[in-house]
Design a binder for this molecule. Sequence first.
Ligand SMILES: [Zn+2]
Length: 483
Amino acid sequence: MGLKYKKEQNFSEWYSEVIQKAELADLRYNVKGFLVHRWWSVDIMKRMYEAYRKELDRTGHKETWYPALIPESNLKKESEHAKGFRAEVFWVERAGSSKKKLEEPLVMRPTSETAMYTMYSKWIRSWRDLPFKRYQGCNVWRYESQTRPFLRGREFHWLEAHNVFATKKEAEAQVNQDMQITETVMHKQFGIPFIFFRRPRWDTFPGAEWTYAADTVGLDGKSLQQPSTHMLGQNFSRAFDIKFIDKNEKEAYGWQTCYGPCIWRMIASIISLHGDNKGLVLPFNLAPYQIVIIPILQKGKTAQIKKACKDLTKKLEKENYRVYFDDREEMSPGSKFYEWEIRGVPLRVELGPRDLANKQVMCVARHNSKKTAVKLSEVVKFVKKLEPTVLNFLTKQADELLKENTRSAKTFSDLKKELKKGGFVRVNWCSVREDGESCAERVEKDFSAKVRGLRVDRKEKPTGKCIVCGQKADEVVYIARQY
Ligand SMILES: [Zn+2]
């Protein structure tokens, strides 16, 4: 029972163990990189999707659904994009019992620009059609060599928003809105902190002018990329012929942005940031069951105890809490405690004979293991007070972890030392946009670390020389080992 591995000693095994014992996923499906999602993870992700959809809808996006298959000719239209994704796609070339070759090879969408924009060119005609803001929640496929549940898969689940504007200024404002959405949903509702970096030129999304990506601290202090938002400029609108008649009756190409919050990766951050040595820890807003009620039965009192549990369940359900009365007879209370701890249920309520006599229950909060005896008449009040404190606790804890894992280095040997500790290391850098790539290659070769880019939320001035080549530094960048 319980967990075999400790998070701080053996992160990798701990992570896999939590996924299996919390019944988030079964890792035994016989196609590499394709995950079987069990109901516990699906229920959590449904709530995450819901939170994201709500915010995208609120900011003027409409959901649309596009086909999973994209003809090769679509993929080829934007050359940088095609170059970037060609090696990563799954091909569909045959169909039917005779495995007849298709007229045109199809790819399974690795991302949906080339499916969606083909249609955008048919729909967008005039400035009146703009801004045109659409998204879809879907699964995508990428032929990755290294795979890991919820982190890197050959199939994963995400949302992608694709917008078209009349002006560059509006497109830039959308990038800012995408960052705000990330704050509103991922940080405020899921408790996942991040830093937005402007990615270096060589690490920009294929086909984009520039990329802002939110990184959080992940496994073993490595950085983990969360949503990115891309300024596509007019690259795709020219390739896909997305034109409109502007207010001066002139034909113009649209300005585009795209944003990709990956729910699948966010659950990885929820597992790794909030989880502890007893397993998953969930905030109320994401937990499939928020409260589990466990009877501690005693001969002669069974019926009364069960009835008190049922009454409490009803009372809490009336307050719209998701409650599970765990009256499975084949299991001991102890094994039930372990199970719901591993699964991260925010509150466990125990009710035994002594509690019954005292008209009380024992409440055990998952996030801090605190036990509180609460009068039956006060339980609703207790839960209402507990609910916001869980998310606050988890968010604060994660915020602090990110802060602790953001440090500076002045020399190459310091950089080595700091990278060993994990997290993001702030260094002086020769221009990251122009000829800084050779210094980046050196960092990658020596430390298997990557330049994550320039901070978007603040302007930082270098105060010395480039940490690698010793030439004049003109940027401050952050370096991290990444998953
Ligand atoms: Zn340099």
